[in-house]
Design a binder for this molecule. Sequence first.
Ligand code: ASP
Ligand code: MG
Length: 403
Amino acid sequence: MKTVVLKFGGTSVGSIDRIKKVCKIISSYKKKKNKVIVISSAMSGVTNELVNKSKLISNNFDKAEYDTLLSTGEQVSCALIAGRLKHIGFKSRSWLSWQIPIITEGPYSAARINRVVSKELLSYLKSGGIPVITGFQGINKSYRLTTIGRSGSDATAIMLAKFIKADECIIYTDVDGVYTTDPRQYKKAKKIKKIFYDEMLEMASLGSKVMQPTSVQDAKLNKIDIQVKSSFNRKPGTLITNLSKSFSDRIITGISSTKHDAKITIEGVKDRPGVAASIFKPLSQNLINVDMVVQNISLNGKETDLTFTIKSDDLRKTEKFIKQNKKISYKKLSFDKDVSKVSIIGVGMITAPGITYRMFKALASKKINILVISTSEIKISVLVATNQVKKAIAVLHKEFKLD
Ligand code: ASP
Ligand code: MG
C-alpha cells in the first residue's frame, strides 16, 4: 500500500465547487487503495485579504499576531475539504498545524519546519482515515502559531512527505506542470516530463513561478520527488527529481527570462584594489541585489569600466549611492532601464562542449546584441534589450530542439 501526499493550492480550492472537485481527486487515490494525506492552502485571495486587514489595523502590526491571523485561511479550507470527504462517505478529519504538531524554528512569517510529529497521523492513516492538514504554518517553542513564507504550503507538503515517509508527493496547482519556457510568451513551449532539482531551482529563481524556490530546496535536501499537476484537467504533469546517472541526452531543459532589470555602467573608474568592493558595499548594505557583473581593463591599465545589473526598482537608489560615494572617482555613469536576462538551463551542458558558442551564434543570426554574459555550471545567461526577449527565446528554443 502506497502513501501519497496530495497538496492543493489556493485556486484549486478557490470555491465550493472547486473543493467538491478536489474531493473527487482525493477519492480517486483512496479508491486505488492508497493511504492519502491532504495538505491545503487557503482559498485563493483569502490570505491577501487577511494581510490587508492587518494593515488597516496597524501600519506596524504585531509579528506574532500577523502569523496567527494569516494561518486562519487554511483552517477554513481544510475543514471544508474534510467535511466534504465525510459527506461523500470517507473517514476524514482536519488537522491544524499545532494539533499535530508541526514544529518550526526561526522568525515569524519566515519560519522553517523542523519536525513533524507523525505518530497519531500514522495510526489514523492505518485506520483508513484521510487527514487534511493546514499548509503554510506551524508552532514555535513558545506554542505560538508561525507561518513559513507566502506560498509555503508546498514546503509543508514536502516536509510531511519526509516525516511520514510517503512514497509520493503530488502538488496540485492551476498549471499542468513546468514548461520549457513561459507558454504565454512563446506558443511552442512544451511541458517538461522530468526536471532535476537544480534545474528547477534555476528556473524558479529566474522567474518561472510554478513553485517557490525554498520548497524546491527542501525537496532537494530531503530527496523527495515531486509531481506537479493541474487540478483543473487530467493531463500528466512534471516530475521534479534527483539527478540520475542515466539522464536523457537532452542538453538544455528550459529557457527563462526576467523582467524589469536595469544595467548600470561606470566608465573610467580609477583601478586599484578595493574599488569594486567600495562600489558594491553601500548597495549590499541597502539590500540592493546585484546580479550580473563585468569589469574590463582599459588599454593603459589604470582605469576600468564596470557594468552590472540590478532590478529596475532599485535604479534610483543605486544611482544616488554611486554619486554620493566619495571613495570612487570615475568619468561617466550611464543607465539602461529596458534590459532583460535570458538564460538557458540544463544539467546536460556540464558534459556537452560548445553550448556557449551555439547560443551566441543563434542570437547573432537574429541580430540580437548581447550586453552582458554570465555562466554557471548549468546555466548561461545573457542580457539583451527587453524588446528582443521574445525573439531571443524563439531562436534559442529552436536551436536547442525544444520546439
Ligand atoms: N495561503 C498561503 C499564501 O497565500 C500559503 C500558500 O498558498 O501556499 O501564501
Ligand atoms: Mg497561495
